[in-house]
Design a protein around this ligand. Structure first.
Ligand SMILES: [Zn+2]
Length: 56
């Protein structure tokens, strides 16, 4: 069991070379080829700043 596996779970891998990307404020960055992956819009709900869309 590789001790780095714990990190690999949460860290995305570079699509170019499979390198585990490092976390940066804007998302993830590959240390090998500098490929940048923007942080994925996960469970965060979109922000609505207008009329209610809840049937109101
Ligand atoms: Zn890369």
């Amino acid at each position: 069991m590789d001790p780095l596996d714990d990190d690999a779970i949460a860290q995305p891998r570079c699509p170019n070379d499979g390198t585990i990307m490092r976390t940066i404020p804007e998302g993830w960055e590959c240390g090998e080829c500098r490929h940048f992956e923007p942080v994925a819009a996960g469970p965060l709900p979109p922000e609505f700043d207008g009329p209610s869309i809840q049937g109101g």
